[in-house]
Design a protein around this ligand. Structure first.
Ligand code: KG4
Ligand code: ZN
Length: 348
């Protein structure tokens, strides 16, 4: 029961300058129920993330039906928490955004339906946001004056791509994965090694105790173009363990992580050189990886290119990044119709 009493005035007709616009954003595309309140596209007033990780861990991965139900149960609590953290009342919200794709259809529908209901009750515009555009906008939360052209490496559980950001809203995908996403490869290797779910953070942690040069795994497509292939790298770990059952998990994690990071960093820097980018940015859950952040900073410095890595809280799924992208979309394209639905396979 979030909605306040219907406002006495028709707020949809009140013009608010974009710099003053307070936007509430909802993110429910996968297994995080997230709500953020952001002013002017970059001033984060609150950023609440309720993770379902423990619910899905027993199944070794995200179960779509479980995710939808958990979003439904948690969303009202998370909206209320975001309002309380921001010390904002519903009457001070000027627009509502929600991730409308890509993602799990049932999970997306929970967020979209709630966002539309709030927009209707509060008499404010609704805007649907592309989750990947959200990850792209994460960097702008901390660096609002960042100037394109930029190269952005987007690495999450479902996507791996190098994006040429020519201007805001103008993207060209220069390379993407031909099989597994980088995060998916981390998760599969972790599952094979019996580390748990989600695998990325566990591999990252264990790799710190290992020797990254003890085992050299192949670097898929390293010298070929800008596309990625991680499936063979994951299989190489499995084959190695079969031949060397006593290999230490820490060394396996460190070696595998080093191979993945090597490919990601090499190709991103290659793309930056190709388009003469002023800066290179990281986005998506895998951007929280400590070795990737470290190597990215080193290689960018060596190439004399600015390196922009968002705070970890803005790399993994969150609603502040959805607010940032939604703010920009609302300013440039206007509101999204309330008949707009979920787009599970939405492309950037
Ligand atoms: O962006 P995200 O939170 O959700 C998707 O949109 O997919 O990314 C989740 C992915 C998972 O595969 C997770 O294992 C990975 O990001 N991840 C990491 C780390 N933290 C999260 N991978 C490597 N190292 C990490 N520290
Ligand atoms: Zn994501």
């Amino acid at each position: 029961m979030i909605p306040d009493a219907a406002p006495e005035v028709d707020r949809s007709t009140i013009a608010v300058h974009p710099a003053e616009r307070v936007l509430l954003a909802i993110e429910t595309s996968c297994d995080e129920t997230a709500v953020a309140i952001v002013r002017g596209g970059t001033d984060v007033l609150s950023n609440v993330v309720s993770s379902q990780v423990e619910l899905h861990a027993q199944f070794g991965g995200v179960v779509p039906e479980v995710a939808s139900r958990a979003h439904l149960e948690m969303l009202e609590v998370v909206v209320n928490r975001a309002l309380a953290d921001a010390r904002i009342s519903p009457s001070e919200i000027h627009a509502v955004a929600a991730t409308h794709g890509p993602g799990l259809v049932g999970a997306l529908l929970v967020g979209i339906s709630a966002a539309k209901a709030l927009a209707l009750a509060w008499d404010v515009p609704y805007v649907g946001v592309n989750h990947m555009e959200g990850h792209l906008f994460a960097t702008f939360l901390e660096r609002p004056n960042l100037k394109p052209p930029l190269i952005v490496l987007l690495v999450s559980g479902g996507h791996t791509m190098i994006v040429h950001l020519k201007d805001l809203g103008s993207y060209r995908i220069l390379g993407s994965t031909i099989d597994d996403a980088a995060g998916e490869a981390f998760d599969k290797v972790a599952r094979y090694l019996g580390l748990g779910y989600p695998g990325g953070p566990l591999v990252d942690r264990l790799a710190k105790e290992g020797d990254r040069s003890a085992i050299r795994f192949p670097r898929g497509l390293l010298n070929e173009g800008l596309d990625f292939s991680f499936s063979g790298m994951k299989t190489a770990v499995i084959n190695y363990v079969r031949k060397h059952p006593d290999a230490a998990n820490a060394d396996l994690c460190a070696g595998f992580q080093e191979a993945v990071v090597d490919v990601l960093v090499t190709k991103t820097m290659r793309a930056a050189k190709m388009v003469n980018a002023k800066g290179v940015c990281l986005g998506g859950g895998v951007a929280a990886n400590s070795r990737l952040r470290e190597r990215f900073a080193e290689e960018a410095a060596a190439a004399g290119v600015e390196c922009l890595v968002p705070d970890r809280a803005f790399c993994t799924d969150n609603a502040a990044m959805i607010a940032a992208a939604g703010h920009w979309r609302l300013t440039n394209d206007g509101p999204t119709g309330l008949d707009d639905g979920a787009k599970p396979n939405l492309k950037l």
